[in-house]
Design a protein around this ligand. Structure first.
Ligand code: CA
Length: 499
């Protein structure tokens, strides 16, 4: 057994085809990741907050590198997205389909290969996968969702609690590893994962009042009536109007001005939704400002230590988020705001500064991209594609023309029905299925060229009949390509007991 292990590691190292003389020249990778950070809340994306200069450091990654405009996730929810990040596989393949089940850490993950190939690997911050991490020289992660204030971390040494705001502390821990703990003779791959700006959007005290007087533009669909949609949008429980609580979410129980504004002012109906939206944005964007400031600290570290030229810096989030679009917060749906996720990358001398890419890319691509950057062989069962050719400005001719999506977590909090779908960039076909879906199946079709806000479901419009037929075939082709298997729905055990 021992012998086999040695042989397999040796072959892995050999497969990297790196002679040790050149090993040090391989680039470092600094992977910056946040939780629920919508692309709309990054200035570089030019969305409705763009002229407010909310994210100067993140914007600098875009201006010195590449902004990916069509980066999507395969399953828009926290833990499954992270499992895909590490494995390069869709949820049904890595086994982590929702936030509840266990993640099998023993399976192949890209960092194990990087480490075996001479990289120093580290994971610091929120991973949201229970159990000990594998393949990292150093890991120190929040437990579960983790806490914004005085967070507790979990590592090989046990638990440690730090005083302060989680965004600052995660950066402190990362800088500590980069400065003091890593083997500086090897290239590094460091994953720095923020908890912010996850619900309940609690900023560090110094950012709390930053947007007190700011009035944020509303999304065009704040009062979407879902009139053309199937059942799911009517059944959801993630609206600002009904789901977002004044106390728990908007902290009216903590801050007196919120209590006055939301609980005691007599506001109701649309006026109350508008007021809640503004307070939501004030907290959410203050959390984003904290992430941006801390990204600035890491970028400065690279610059001050002569690491800037040979480090690939990438920024993304585990999925997008509704910032009031369709009247919602949270994620899960295949509609653009949660299906899309930000992706920014800078790589001096390789990525042309200020470039914008519009190819369809997905979080299944990240693991292979890291391996490719590190000149390490990519396992054949990973399901994505390396983004390195795109970063170099040479999108392969046979690059994918469609993407697959599958959301599983129902019945569950926020009541979003199970669905899968295909997007071609222009068209999006969604199939809701299973429990609580009338007749077991419902479809929606959106034409994003004519309807960028996705408010007109065209599934029953005869004009789109042939498009729908093609998309259904395309969806089946993607299911075949990714070897999608049907996964039975289970009922949350706690709920079952209550009934
Ligand atoms: Ca998330």
């Amino acid at each position: 057994m021992n012998f086999i292990n040695k042989v397999s590691i040796a072959s892995v190292i050999a497969a990297g085809s790196i002679s040790t003389a050149f090993a040090d020249a391989r680039p470092n990778i600094l992977w910056l990741f946040s939780d629920d950070h919508a692309f709309q809340a990054i200035g570089a994306y030019g969305d409705r907050f763009a002229d407010m200069n909310l994210t100067p450091n993140l914007d600098s990654i875009a201006s010195e590198g590449m902004r990916f405009d069509k980066c999507y996730v395969g399953n828009s929810i926290c833990a499954p997205s992270r499992a895909t990040l590490l494995t390069g596989k869709h949820s049904h393949k890595n086994g982590k389909i929702d936030n509840r089940g266990e993640f099998n850490h023993d399976q192949m993950q890209f960092q194990k290969l990087l480490r075996a190939n001479g990289y120093q690997t580290a994971m610091i911050g929120k991973i949201h996968l229970r159990g000990a991490m594998q393949g990292f020289d150093y890991w120190e992660v929040l437990q579960g969702q983790g806490k914004y204030e005085n967070p507790e971390f979990f590592s090989e040494k046990g638990k440690a609690k730090y005083q302060g705001h989680s965004t600052d502390i995660i950066t402190d821990r990362a800088l500590n590893w980069l400065s003091n703990s890593r083997d500086k003779t090897k290239p590094f791959m460091a994953m720095v994962h923020y908890k912010a700006p996850h619900r309940n959007w609690l900023p560090a005290e110094r950012f709390r009042k930053r947007f007190e007087k700011t009035v944020f533009p509303e999304p065009e669909t704040l009062f979407d009536d879902y009139s053309t949609r199937a059942t799911a949008a009517h059944l959801q429980d993630l609206s600002i109007a009904k789901t977002m609580s004044n106390d728990k979410d908007l902290k009216a129980d903590r801050w007196e001005f919120r209590d006055k504004l939301l609980n005691k002012s007599g506001l109701e109906g649309k006026d109350l939704v508008r007021a809640k939206y503004q307070e939501y944005m004030r907290d959410y964007l203050a959390c984003v400002a904290g992430v941006d400031e801390n990204v600035g600290r890491l970028l400065k570290y690279l610059k001050d230590n002569g690491l800037e030229e040979n480090t690939v810096v990438m920024y993304s989030a585990d999925q997008g988020f509704y910032l009031g679009e369709h009247g919602w917060f949270d994620k899960r749906f295949m509609y653009e705001e949660s299906f899309r996720t930000p992706l920014l990358a800078k790589w001096p001398g390789v990525i042309k500064p200020g470039s914008v890419n519009k190819d369809l890319v997905q979080n299944i691509d990240f693991a292979e991209t890291f391996l490719d950057i590190a000149q390490t062989e990519i396992p054949s069962d990973m399901q994505g594609k390396s983004l390195v050719p795109i970063m170099k400005g040479n999108t392969p001719d046979d690059w994918r023309k469609s993407l697959y999506y599958h959301y599983y977590e129902f019945p569950a909090v926020h009541r979003v029905l199970r669905h899968e779908g295909i997007t071609t960039g222009r068209y999006k076909l969604i199939r809701f299925y299973g429990r609580s879906v009338p007749k077991g199946e419902e479809w929606e079709l959106y034409d994003l060229e004519r309807d960028k806000n996705e408010v007109r479901n065209e599934y029953s419009n005869p004009e789109y009949a042939s498009t729908i037929e093609k998309l259904k075939k395309g969806l089946q082709d993607l299911r075949d390509e990714y070897e999608v298997v049907d996964i039975p729905q289970t009922v949350n055990k706690k709920r079952k007991k209550k009934k």
